[in-house]
Design a protein around this ligand. Structure first.
Ligand code: A3P
Length: 263
């Protein structure tokens, strides 16, 4: 009960907002959307570093690609095309979307550690207890992982480009180019390479450490638990096994299959 109450308080401000859509929306707006813990910050850095020539940090990220839930007031003054981060389910309100998918089993592991880091769940909550809530879609205001993914994959042909976290791990430059092409931005290969370098796991982790005391949300969280935690794929195998694996498949099979994570 205590855990759920705390989770309900999360994003309270944004939940009371009528909808996660800026007013006005411009036809060239690009939304960087994902279920939480799917690599959204990485994509914000990749795009942010491309457009600023490598100047994206944890101090200015909210000014370059503002978060519609956390900094909606920053959106209005952006130069166009505007890049806006969102975790919204598909509602048909965004003109152009880069949608990031990550294997839901790895998402659950990342989300568990993040929730502990932020103090959003009791510190002695087991992964198994968290996974039950994750499977129900009650760990945050964005619903069930598979509903979120299915909603966006249903519209993959219509102003939505899909990028998978795992493909970013394999070829971040190739994926960044696909995203930029989708946004109608001319590709400069050298700039792409520099943006990928400036957005590497190691560099972002170092920046996060250095800026630990500056960014409010970071300051309030447990510094011993890293936001840039493992940055890997397939870690779920150490966490989700036996009955839990079966249960996960029962609930999320369609989305796992559509996104290419299972046969
Ligand atoms: P892990 O907790 O599995 O390490 P989001 O930004 O959507 O909240 O996603 C956070 C996840 O993306 C974390 O996963 C984090 O480590 C990973 N991530 C962030 N930047 C990354 C990068 N440059 N390379 C690889 N993974 C990255």
């Amino acid at each position: 009960m205590q855990i759920l109450a705390r989770l309900r308080n999360l994003f309270r401000a944004s939940s009371t907002t009528k909808k996660w859509v800026p007013d006005p929306v411009y036809p060239d707006d690009v939304f960087i959307v994902s279920y939480p813990k799917s690599g959204n910050t990485w994509v914000r850095f990749l795009i942010g570093n491309y457009v600023t020539g490598g100047k994206c940090t944890f101090k200015n990220n909210h000014l370059i690609t503002p978060d519609i839930h956390m900094n909606p007031e920053r959106i209005e003054n952006l130069d166009r095309p505007r890049f806006i981060k969102s975790h919204s389910q598909y509602e048909g309100k965004y003109p152009n979307t880069v949608y990031i998918v990550r294997d839901g089993r790895d998402v659950s592991v990342s989300y568990y550690h993040y929730s502990l880091k932020m103090g959003n769940v009791d510190k002695d909550l087991s992964f198994s207890g968290f996974l039950d809530m994750f499977n129900e879609g009650s760990v945050g205001p964005f619903g069930k992982w598979s509903d979120h993914v299915n909603g966006w994959l249903d519209h993959a042909e219509e102003d939505v480009v899909i990028t998978r976290y795992e493909d970013l791990l394999d070829d971040a430059a190739g994926e960044l180019k696909r995203m930029l092409e989708f946004c109608g931005i001319t590709i400069d290969e050298d700039r792409v390479d520099k943006a990928v370098e400036a957005s590497s796991f190691e560099r972002m982790r170092r920046l996060r450490e250095e800026q630990q005391d500056v960014v409010q949300t970071i300051r309030q969280s447990d510094p011993e638990k890293k936001f840039l935690r493992s940055g890997e794929k397939g870690e779920w195998k150490e966490y989700v096994a036996g009955k839990q694996k079966k249960k996960f498949l029962n609930i999320h099979k369609g989305a796992l299959k559509r996104a290419g994570y299972i046969e």
